[in-house]
Design a protein around this ligand. Structure first.
Ligand SMILES: Nc1nc2c(c(=O)[nH]1)N[C@H]1C(S)=C(S)[C@@H](COP(=O)(O)O)O[C@H]1N2
Ligand SMILES: [Mo]
Length: 357
């Protein structure tokens, strides 16, 4: 399968020691560690944050320092924070899925410089009392920025641990006052072919080109229809773990990670976490997300991380951590709800998770 082949053939150049930081990365890394120590001592005496700081010291994590800093405070969901080692900044920002820029893992880092994260507006509409359009500066001030360290588990079988910066999506949704009949939330990403090269090669283009007699399609068929769309149930969207992220590693989001704002839903497969969002719609009926439209049997609406429900073409029982587990060994056990069972299982009480996959 195309996506899976990419996953196993692309990163062959990564055979260097993943724990060794390049000389150029040492200074920002030192800054990063100092900042984490500051967080550990000032934000929370001892406890979990102290453990994270020493974990970071072991992680040989090249720090950021390329983009503007975001002021992040301690997380309000500290109990859900993971103890795993952080994935290196270079991997978080160099190994991406952002199909608007291509399907190879290295395409977004190479090509997303054409994305213009400013000026940016986000419109929230649908079943709300107050339709609102926010510009980026208004959004940045809407609630205190928090640092949240979450696991990200891609449906393809790999995972990372990423220190995001943002605030709960609930803080934004409250602003528009959802009506009683709002049951779902749809997220729509930017789809601008002048900024995103692969938005040109949509399924519609391919069908149209194929239908015009004597012409071969100019581009290979797009995997997805644009814009990229995702959806959540309203209670999932309002859950405190659901993050509206503006940054990672203490700095604003690099374009390839979904600048200037994206969703992060840590207990669901990564594709539910839509990037570069321009529109949020509150709906009465369940929306159809892009991956569901592309292949409903393989990518369900819920897509909760679940080691006991396999993808039709591969097991989901285990995964490989980028930068730690080697290229071909999916040896790390995948956790129920990606490790957030204590926080989110009640959302699905009594639900057949095999049927609602
Ligand atoms: N708009 C948009 N959002 C997207 C995607 C995409 O192709 N387009 N890919 C998804 C997938 S499959 C994953 S695993 C995550 C990857 O996020 P990261 O590159 O920041 O790790 O983004 C998700 N959000
Ligand atoms: Mo993914």
């Amino acid at each position: 399968m195309r996506r899976r082949l990419k996953e196993f053939t692309m990163p062959l150049f990564r055979f260097h020691d993943p724990a060794a930081p390049a000389a150029s990365e040492i200074t920002p890394r030192a800054l990063w560690l100092r900042r984490r120590e500051w967080l550990a001592t000032t934000a929370l005496a001892g406890g979990a944050l102290g453990a994270w700081a020493s974990r970071d010291a072991l992680a040989a994590t090249p720090g950021p320092g390329r983009l503007a800093k975001l002021p992040a405070e301690r997380s309000t969901v500290a109990g859900a924070m993971v103890e795993d080692r952080l994935t290196r900044y270079a991997d978080v920002t160099g190994y991406n899925n952002f199909y608007e820029f291509g399907t190879d893992k290295t395409d977004p880092a190479r090509l997303a410089h054409t994305l213009k994260p400013r000026p940016w507006t986000l419109t929230i509409e649908g079943e709300v009392r107050r339709t609102r359009t926010f510009d980026l500066d208004e959004l940045l001030k809407l609630a205190p920025m928090e640092e949240r360290i979450y696991r990200l588990r891609c449906v393809e079988g790999w995972s990372m641990v990423i220190p995001w910066v943002g605030f709960s999506l609930a803080a934004l949704l409250k602003q528009v006052e959802p009506k009683g009949n709002a049951k779902f939330v749809e997220f729509v990403s930017l789809a601008d072919p002048t900024q995103m090269p692969d938005v040109r090669s949509s399924v519609q283009d391919w069908v149209r080109d194929n239908n015009s007699i004597g012409r071969r399609p100019a581009v290979s068929p797009g995997v997805l229809d644009w814009p990229y769309r995702e959806g959540l149930r309203l209670d999932e969207a309002m859950h405190p773990l659901t993050l509206l992220a503006f940054g990672l590693y203490g700095e604003v989001l690099p374009n390839q990670n979904g600048a200037p704002l994206r969703l992060v839903v840590p207990w669901k497969y990564g594709f539910k976490s839509a990037k570069s969002i321009v529109r949020i719609r509150l709906l009465e009926k369940q929306p159809v997300s892009s991956w569901e439209r592309a292949n409903a049997r393989e990518y369900g609406f819920y897509s909760n991380v679940n080691p006991t429900v396999d993808h039709p073409r591969w097991s989901q029982a285990s995964e490989r951590r980028i930068g730690e587990d080697g290229l071909f060994s999916k040896k790390r056990p995948t956790l129920m709800f990606n490790g957030y069972e204590a926080q989110v299982a009640s959302l699905y009480a009594g639900m057949d998770l095999r049927r609602f996959y």
